[in-house]
Design a protein around this ligand. Sequence first.
Ligand code: SF4
Length: 727
Amino acid sequence: MPDPSEIVHRTCPLCEAHCGIAIEVDRDSGTVLTVRGDEQDSFSRGYLCPKAYGLKGLHEDPERLRRPLRRRGTDFEEISWEEAFAEAADRLREIRERHAADAIATYLGNPNAHDLGAILYGATFQKALGTRWRFSATSVDQLPKMVASSQLFGAPGRFAVPDVDRTDYFLVLGANPVVSNGSLMTAPDMPGRLRALRERGGHLVVVDPRRSETAAIADRHLFIRPGTDAFFLFSLVQVLFAEDGISLGPLEERTDGVDELRALARDFTPEATAAATGIAPDAVREIARELAAAERAAVYGRIGTCTQRFGTLASWLVDVLNALTGNLDSEGGVCFPRGAATPADDTPRKTGTFPFGRWRSRVRGLPEFAGELPVACLAEEIDTPGADGERVRALVTVSGNPVLSTPNGARLARALGRLEFMVSIDLYLNETSRLADLVLPSTGHLEHSNYDLVFDGVSVRNKAHWSPQVFAPAPDSRHQWEILAELAGRVNGASADDIHDLMIGGIARATGLEPDTARERGPEQILDLMLRGGPYRLSLEKLEAEPHGIDLGPLEPGRLPRILATASGRVELAPALITADVPRLRAALAGASDPEGLVLIGRRNVRSNNSWMHNVRALHKGRDRCVLMIHPEDAARLDLVDGARANVTSRVGEVTVPVSVTARMMPGVVSLPHGHGQGGAGARQSEAARVPGVNSNLLSDEADLDALSGNAVLNGIPVRVVPAAPV
Ligand code: SF4
């Protein structure tokens, strides 16, 4: 519980950076007075971004839901938790019995990764339903990176993270860490970390179709045509081989596939890829030589390299480059963090070829990966019945808004209307949950404790930080884990306690430790057991005594041999699943010509976090950020001026949006931020709806995927832009 000074220290749960914050509260009114960066925080040292102030707005937002809602015609009525749980469980059970478990689908949104209880109980809930039709935001985000890691290192969550504080050369593709503060690279105060890199004589090179905030502070920025990162990366590999720049370092004896890579890269000379990428051969050679010469270098690719047609190949080549230059698992290169709540013994429990495509989606045959199907096929799995009428008939969304976050949101919204039953566990009536039959709101972020379980695994420094609840939950409210445990129990005729006991029993067996029964059943008891069984032998009690977090030291080079989970026990630089996709890339290169027409990319704003914080006035106020960025040459050709409105059309949809004419865009490329487009009948987010902007996923195409992983293409969407008719 909070200390008497009324200042509570914890981490900000809003994005992957998980900065330490100090929240000053007024207990009498239950309000937040201030949110400051915690200067004593062992990791973030006082840094915070404007979104942190949104915690106050979220906590106090009168439109945040506090009671379960049941659809009544076009509106909703408040009901009791007992009614809500009984109805949800009865309907789900009935649909499962009448059809099959796969007639129920689940969708988990990004905020789940930021909530310990949701992480622990979400997976159990999905298992309890028994469905294989599981979807999440993963397949509009990092799925290609997970597929690449699973093949290179044997596990989808084994991400090589840039040792950004010790590197000398940082090559960044398709990422804007100055705004995001890192993704799959938890790194609060990226602006400061990048400044420090340059002050110690290091180099920052950014390759991006937009001169982003990160590109603006880089030593060098190169424009690249969207979707062509794999060409560029392969050219770097080709130059390294051609100029004898390969040096695998200590991993040489543990690495397979180098000769195969050499052969695969042969055709991708800088001259061969220049027309497609827009990057001159000399520039490619210079970067390859700099990478080879740098004592400590890290190549990092993120959302832009994942959400494109060759997302898995690009993600794979990022790690290939780190390996070929001796920077994989190396100080100042890319390393593998060690989470405090992971098993103490690094040795993987399972080794082998990580499974891929154990089942496929019914309509299009898209592959399962790590227990999930690509969300781009969710709508068709609902609106396209099979020969025997089989289709998805019920959906449970958990902290997600797929109508705004996944491709062809208009089709998905229509498909949701054809469900027999839909439950949304959500804080708001948003563009998706407004279509549900039942809406179950969980406690707000400040009303429950948290631990950054996922992001410890991608942190640029090993650390552990406990986040206590700031306010007691409102009367008769439920934490998200309580909702998930209750539903998981009821659909199988069990209780929430049964579910918890099952979970903690498994962890007790794995760790050989007894749970602390003085703690209540729930995520805290589970976490305590995981910490005690973890590599640093911590406990929740020890974390509670350290309100500013515990620094567990810099990333450790040399861990990889112990944690490799591949069948061979070696780094597989040329895994068959991935290299089988190279002919597709080669064919695209042969077909590449001077690009015609415009392509659309996304972008992120420091005051916005995907789609769900737009109702916080403190973040939403000010100028309209949902504008289409376009290069002056394109604007002149299309007769568009700054501030004019344009119609943007793709294969699947059309939006009308103001334009911002700027040389920060690569000619031929336009950019629209994601996460906008709030409003619509039934949604209750009046501040967000006041200046809604447009939903960029009305333009993204559910048929356009990274063919290997099934990840959605959100960057490089062909569009037509014309001046809008005057209003
Ligand atoms: S960068 Fe901003 S939103 Fe992200 S954790 Fe830090 S303060 Fe919160």
